[in-house]
Design a protein around this ligand. Structure first.
Ligand code: G3H
Ligand code: ZN
Length: 286
């Protein structure tokens, strides 16, 4: 097996009330322990790689080779989709050239005409190479720690129809969701808007910023057409907490605790456990 596009997986889930999980990867350990959880659950998975995470890991080729290597060495038999997350036009081209089989062009910071135009160009290139494409309409918000000026713009239904008609495979919608941590006074997902979008748009819809959304609300969103759910922050917090606990309870200079294989053992397990929990909640056996 090697990295796949999303076609096979989407075919399987299209008519059913479950979704494919997208987990962002941040380093080797992330990719490895998400894949081990995937193997245990026997489910397909999307490994999301943002341009900044790709840069952190060394570059596009490194990430493609890393994930392909892990699929083989860990003997993963389900579909693993390495997916560029929130790429601009150039990021998409770089990902395609390096061997990604699935990409997201995020034109949400552009004006709508530019978003449409660039999405069409990307679709045109990607389709010839059997690469699946996600695009975004409206703007998913950022959490309080980020730039408030790039705040949420809920998806407009007519715009969504136009973007869906460009030939993309999935559409990321802005229905009150934000990236990062939700504030306690967050108003929740706009299910009425999601329901309307689901009736009008005939391609699978994507929920970004799923970390921190209640299980019942995510399950309701799945019933209303969400077919891909993106998680990053939830795993990052679980990972950081486990490392923090380890360092609070152990002297890093004793018992060779400074050895990364010991130091990161608990935080790696946190990635594994968090992924497995999410797969058990929202996925479905093949
Ligand atoms: O594209 C990535 C996701 O939307 C992750 O969002 O960090 O809020 O879970 P999150
Ligand atoms: Zn996102």
């Amino acid at each position: 097996m090697e990295i796949q596009n999303l076609n096979q997986t989407l075919k399987k889930i299209k008519e059913e009330n479950y979704a494919i999980l997208h987990i962002n990867i941040n380093n080797l350990e992330w990719a490895k322990f998400v894949l081990l959880a995937t193997k245990e659950a026997n489910l397909d998975i999307i490994l999301g790689a943002s341009p900044s995470a790709i840069k952190y890991m060394g570059g596009y080729k490194t990430v493609v080779n890393l994930v392909n290597g892990l699929i083989q060495d860990l003997e993963i038999k389900t579909n693993v989709i390495l997916h560029l997350d929130h790429g601009n036009y150039n990021d998409c081209i770089n990902a395609i050239n390096a061997g990604f089989k699935s990409i997201m062009y995020d034109g949400s910071k552009e004006d709508f005409e530019t978003n449409i135009l660039n999405t069409k160009k990307i679709v045109n290139i990607a389709k010839k190479m059997d690469i699946t494409v996600e695009a975004e309409v409206g703007r998913i918000g950022l959490d309080i720690s980020k730039n408030k000026s790039l705040d949420i713009q809920k998806t407009n239904i007519e715009d969504a129809k136009k973007l869906a008609n460009t030939g993309i495979d999935l559409l990321a919608v802005a229905i009150g969701n934000i990236h990062g941590q939700y504030e306690s006074n967050w108003k929740g997902l706009d299910f009425e808007l999601l329901d309307k979008l689901n009736q009008e748009i005939k391609i699978p819809l994507v929920l970004h910023g799923a970390s921190g959304i209640k299980e019942d609300d995510i399950k309701k969103a799945i019933k209303l057409g969400i077919k891909k759910i993106n998680f990053n922050t939830e795993l990052q917090i679980a990972n950081a907490k486990a490392l923090n606990d380890f360092l609070k309870n152990n002297n890093f200079l004793e018992n060779k605790n400074y050895n990364p294989r010991i130091l990161y053992a608990n935080s790696n397990q946190a990635i594994y456990k968090c992924t497995l929990d999410l797969l058990n909640k929202y996925g479905k056996k093949n």
